[in-house]
Design a protein around this ligand. Structure first.
Ligand code: SAM
Length: 271
């Protein structure tokens, strides 16, 4: 290890940049290492507004959870939940409904460890380690099914994680498997990296994307059409459809945030 921190699980390699820790640094968190910070500096020099994309994504997550809770959703399965930071799903959901249940899932041991530590003493939220590319291992695991009641609607959140699933892992089948586990009236929330609009910006984005090829979780950029195709027939897109995160039901105090077309979002309902 290059930085000696007693809190780091043994299996964690702190010499290779990692998506959870890079995003934690981008949002101002402290659970990251030199290699992650240097990686983010390189990514932002290739793509200077990357931090605005991260902020727009996180802000969307807060708004959509508030929206779903106010619409009566009481159960959340947050896959690719990340290292806890400001505005975590259980905090937002349980502020409106103290009985709302949340299961956090992440492939990264630090994200799971930090989530567990934050959730100690919270009877309605838990964190498990899991891989979205193996959805059955998440959906039918005892720790999950004894905590969430899948005979009632569940909101599955895949916020800024589906772009870490390459086409070779068949994301459409992954979403169909998730859909099969949910009853009608459940929700699927997705945010996803999308192509930049101008050729100059696309070139910078491509430089940043190539950097991610050196991490354990390379990034796949998908268009709105590709994202809609992944949702398949099980899910009906809700208004306002697939839009930039900054355009999804913006709060009045966020209306001036610069638009971020590269963070696309979709909220869909299981038919
Ligand atoms: C950019 S962070 C997003 C965190 C949070 N969802 C948010 O939007 O604020 C992406 C997270 O997805 C996790 N991740 C990447 N690939 C994954 C996979 N196959 N299964 C589960 N989690 C994964 C990373 O470890 C990281 O914590």
């Amino acid at each position: 290890m290059t930085e000696s921190d007693a809190w780091v699980p043994d299996e964690v390699d702190v010499t290779v940049p990692n998506a959870a820790r890079v995003y934690d640094f981008a949002l101002g968190g402290v659970h990251n290492f030199k290699v992650d910070r240097e990686f983010w500096e390189r990514a932002t020099s290739a793509n200077p507004h990357a931090h605005l994309v991260a902020r727009a994504n996180r802000s969307f997550l807060g708004r959509v959870v508030r929206d779903l809770v106010s619409g009566g959703v009481t159960q959340f399965l947050d896959i690719g939940s990340g290292i806890p930071t400001l505005g975590n799903v259980h905090e937002i959901a349980q502020e409106a409904n103290p009985g709302a249940r949340v299961v956090y899932v992440d492939i990264d041991p630090i994200a799971v460890q930090q989530s567990r530590s934050l959730l100690a003493g919270n009877p309605y939220a838990r964190a498990v380690e899991g891989d979205l590319r193996k959805p059955e291992d998440i959906l039918y695991r005892d720790e999950v099914v004894e905590f969430l009641d899948f005979s009632r609607p569940v909101a599955v959140l895949m916020v800024a994680v589906l772009h870490f699933v390459p086409d070779t892992d068949d994301p459409a089948t992954i979403l169909a498997t998730v859909g099969n586990a949910l009853v009608s009236g459940s929700h699927l929330v997705v945010s996803h990296l999308a192509p930049e609009v101008t050729p100059e910006a696309r070139e910078k984005q491509e430089q940043a994307r190539r950097l991610y090829e050196r991490t354990p979780t390379p990034v796949v950029i998908r268009t709105a059409e590709e994202l809609e195709a992944l949702l398949g027939d099980d899910f009906a897109l809700l208004e306002p459809g697939i839009v930039a995160a900054t355009s999804w039901k913006p709060d009045p105090d966020e209306a001036d945030e610069p638009p971020q077309p590269t963070a696309l979002v979709a909220v869909a309902r299981k038919r």
